[in-house]
Write a protein that binds this ligand. Structure first.
Ligand SMILES: CC(C)(COP(=O)(O)OP(=O)(O)OC[C@H]1O[C@@H](n2cnc3c(N)ncnc32)[C@H](O)[C@@H]1OP(=O)(O)O)[C@@H](O)C(=O)NCCC(=O)NCCS
Length: 146
C-alpha cells in the first residue's frame, strides 16, 4: 500500500504541487499508519490486487474518505471508481448518509465524475511544515434500502 501511495502521489499529483509538498504528502502514510488503522479497526479499507500485488486502496474513517490511491500503471481503468463505490456502499450500510473528503487538486475531476460536489477550497497542513491546497467535497450516499 505504501508503494502504491508513493508512486501515485509522485506521478499522478506531480503537476499540481511543489516537490516539497509531494515529499511531505508521501511520508504522511507510512507502514505504521496502516498497521495502526488495521489494528484498531477504526477505519474501513479496501484494496485491489492484480497478480498478488496491491494496485489500489481506499480508507474511510466514519464519514470521512481518508485515502484513495491507484498505482499510475493501473490508472484510468476504473479502479478508483470501484474502490470509491465500495466505500460508499459500506458507509451506507453503516447508516452514513453523506461522505466527505479533502480532495487534492489533481483528483477533483475524478470525484466530480463520481458525483461529489465542491464545498470550499482551503490550505491544509501536511505532516511537516508544508501546506497543500485541497477541495472539501461531499456526496449524499445512496440509501441501501432504496
Ligand atoms: C484520483 C485517482 C484515485 C483516480 O483513480 P483512477 O482509477 O485513475 O480513476 P477511474 O479510472 O475510476 O476514473 C473515473 C473517471 O474519473 C475521471 N478522472 C479520473 N482521473 C482523471 C484525471 N487525471 N483527469 C481528469 N479526469 C479524471 C474521468 O472522468 C474518469 O473516467 P474516464 O477514464 O472514463 O474518462 C488516481 O488518479 C490517484 O490515485 N491519484 C493520485 C492520488 C490522489 O490524488 N488521490 C486522492 C487523494 S484526495
Amino acid at each position: 500500500m505504501c508503494r502504491v501511495h508513493r508512486a501515485s502521489v509522485l506521478t499522478l499529483a506531480a503537476e499540481h504541487y511543489e516537490t516539497e509538498q509531494l515529499e511531505e504528502w508521501v511520508v504522511s502514510l507510512e507502514p505504521d499508519h496502516i498497521r495502526m488503522a488495521i489494528a484498531d479497526r477504526k477505519e474501513v479499507g479496501f484494496v485491489v490486487e492484480r497478480d498478488g500485488r496491491v494496485v489500489g486502496f481506499a480508507l474511510c474513517d466514519g464519514d470521512l474518505v481518508r485515502a484513495l490511491y491507484v498505482h499510475p500503471a493501473a490508472a484510468r481503468q476504473g479502479l478508483g471508481t470501484l474502490l470509491l463505490e465500495a466505500l460508499e456502499n459500506e458507509a451506507a450500510a453503516r447508516g452514513v448518509a453523506r461522505l466527505r473528503l479533502y480532495a487534492s487538486v489533481n483528483s477533483r475531476c475524478f470525484y466530480e465524475a463520481n458525483g461529489y460536489r465542491v464545498l470550499r477550497a482551503g490550505d491544509y497542513p501536511l505532516s511537516g511544515v508544508e501546506m497543500m491546497t485541497c477541495l472539501e467535497m461531499e456526496k449524499d450516499v445512496p440509501n441501501p434500502g432504496g
